[in-house]
Design a protein around this ligand. Structure first.
Ligand SMILES: Cc1cc2nc3c(=O)[nH]c(=O)nc-3n(C[C@H](O)[C@H](O)[C@H](O)COP(=O)(O)OP(=O)(O)OC[C@H]3O[C@@H](n4cnc5c(N)ncnc54)[C@H](O)[C@@H]3O)c2cc1C
Length: 441
């Protein structure tokens, strides 16, 4: 796309673009107001980099419904006691002070696109609004719950936790694991949603850690993994080996099985589940039921008209070289909530944040040299997967924007899973996560 058609695609006229470009020479008289919704891996990253690169020419306000973001990355290690939720919690006021942006706590429930304002409900229930020149959304995912799973129940005690947003449900799942019988009779069922969902290897990693925990502390038992997908979606060689060799007496892996309904009355009582493979249904009772529900973009994005519902889309449509919405030139969507063939993962959300910050600041005319955004930006992703309490595998992937297809295309030489499951990978995993956390928070 040449510069002229790029500007056109932004929905801003050439005059507007050149006016903002002129502002590079002198300091901008009035800073641009940028609002970021969501202080997780995408949102905290872009708030930091926008301010770092935009300096005094922009004000950045980050809004999140929680005071501290709890990282999903490494949260499976809370289950086997290797990490605590406190280790993975990042206070957003402190992150904002460190990175020179403003943090406001509130649940954003409305985007006024015409008035360029967002409305949010603060913890004390008061409503506030923040005006923007440009809005970046990184609110993550929402769930489509199966019959019998009640999202209104408190996360700390709900009988069937998903623990796919780290926090109280993670602690609940950990408590339920610890309460399993220790004589080898424990039955655990977990389910894997239909792709796309956040963190492709994450559910397989969780299955390994649960099996490892049962093997080491519960004298074994049975873990049935119902996968709605036709096979292991990420790191198939290493997870395949783990399922069929390391945990062959514990894990039963059942692909092509999706959840029909679940039931469970209290946290530590027996639960049940019915699944189907399209032809036959199967029911199981178990001590512990961990259902990871199907996932779609948060309602806020549907309500704001940022998703092509007519064509059945469930994620926000964006130009993949800038993350600018297909439906509004002043809104950008990064992280899990946008529609692309990139994995829904924290590492790549951090990468997308940098591509988006660079593009957005160029659109505002704030980054020299005066060229429009990179024609072929590159992103990369890494997911480290603990397989036991001391070993791990990993998956890495790189993507480059292809202007002809308007898609992020996987870079073949930058894709692959670890050659072996080993202890070095486990150590590198902890260093990798610390580096990522340091860059984001
Ligand atoms: C068990 C597990 C393991 C994982 N491991 C890895 C890994 O090894 N590597 C990897 O790269 N990724 C991993 N992931 C995936 C990663 O955590 C997500 O892909 C990543 O967090 C997505 O970033 P995001 O910014 O889109 O959303 P999030 O990081 O979820 O941030 C969203 C934020 O938005 C806030 N929010 C949402 N809606 C609103 C609203 N309406 N108003 C205000 N605030 C709002 C939320 O409170 C939250 O703080 C893992 C995930 C899980 C569950």
């Amino acid at each position: 796309m040449d510069r002229r058609s790029f500007v056109k695609s932004l929905g801003i006229g050439a005059v507007a673009a050149s006016t903002s470009l002129d502002k590079v020479d002198a300091a901008v008289a009035k800073p641009f107001e940028i609002v970021v919704v969501g202080g997780g891996f995408g949102g905290a990253s872009i708030a930091k980099y926008l301010k770092l690169w935009g300096q005094a020419n922009i004000n950045v306000t980050l809004i999140d419904s929680v005071a501290a973001h709890v990282s999903c990355i490494l949260s499976n290690l809370v289950l086997n006691n290797q990490k605590t939720l406190a280790n993975l919690s990042f206070n957003l006021s402190k992150v904002a002070a460190k990175n020179h942006f403003t943090f406001r706590q509130g649940l954003v429930n409305k985007i006024d696109k015409a008035g360029k304002k967002v409305f949010a409900v603060a913890p004390d229930k008061t409503v506030f609004s923040v005006a923007y020149d440009k809005l970046v959304l990184s609110p993550g995912i929402s769930f489509v719950f199966p019959t019998g799973m009640d999202p209104a129940l408190p996360g700390a005690t709900t009988p069937i936790p998903h623990a796919w947003k780290a926090g109280l449900q993670t602690a609940n799942l950990r408590a339920q694991l610890r309460a399993l019988p220790s004589d080898g009779s424990a039955v655990v069922v977990m389910t894997i949603p239909k792709a796309p969902y956040r963190c492709p290897p994450g559910p397989y990693e969780r299955a390994c850690l649960i099996a490892d925990f049962m093997k080491r502390t519960k004298n074994g038992g049975k873990l049935i993994v119902f996968d709605a997908n036709p096979g292991i979606l990420a790191e198939p060689i290493n997870f395949g080996k783990a399922f069929t060799q390391l945990y062959q007496n514990i894990i039963e892996y059942a692909p092509n099985h999706s959840v029909v309904s679940v039931s469970g009355t209290t946290q530590f009582a027996t639960k049940s589940i019915t699944v189907t493979n399209g032809t036959f249904s199967r029911s199981e009772t178990c001590h512990l039921l961990n259902v990871i529900p199907n996932q779609i973009a948060p309602k806020l994005l549907f309500d704001a008209g940022l998703i092509d519902k007519v064509n059945g889309k469930q994620w926000a449509g964006v130009h993949l070289d800038t993350y600018q919405s297909l439906f509004n030139p002043h809104i950008y969507v990064i992280g899990d909530a946008h529609d692309s063939n990139q994995p829904k993962a924290g590492h790549i959300a951090n990468s997308e944040a940098k591509v988006c910050a660079d593009a957005l600041l160029r659109v505002l005319g704030l980054l020299p040299p005066r060229v429009m955004p990179d024609e072929a930006p590159v992103t990369n992703s890494a997911c480290y997967s603990p397989i036991t309490a001391t070993t791990a595998s990993f998956l890495t992937a790189g993507y480059r924007f292809d202007p002809a297809q308007q898609l992020m295309v996987r870079i073949p030489e930058a894709f692959g899973e670890a050659e072996t499951i080993n202890g070095d990978n486990y150590k590198t995993m902890l260093a990798w996560a610390n580096n990522l956390f340091a860059d984001v928070f």
